[in-house]
Write a protein of this length. Sequence first.
Length: 132
Amino acid sequence: MNTRSGQSDHGIDTATVRRVAHLARLGLDEAEIQRTAEQLGTILGHFHALQAVDTTGVEPLVHALGDSGVPAADVIVPFPQPRSSLLALTAHGREGFYVVPAVLDTDFGVDDAPAPATSSAHSPDEDPGADE
């Protein structure tokens, strides 16, 4: 790093680091600004070295796996007693439901709402969305 100008060998000066730190709301002191400028200059140096590599005739890699884009088989697997199995994983379950913090501070007139219709087709431990 050229310490007199405050600029690294690859064009990152302390003024740029100071500006980016300000925009990112980072409270960096002068030592951290100097160190960050040096580190970013080193990173850019690595990119410059990569740009110098001759890639003529090298085919671009689109994906690390050769068969990307092939969808997995859509197989439905039965999940016995999903509600009780999933509720067993939390300490925040009560009466068959997850207990979560209140998000809204209104009840939207719950007392005036009609009672929900109950269906006897499924027990509480069955997944009503799963095919039988």
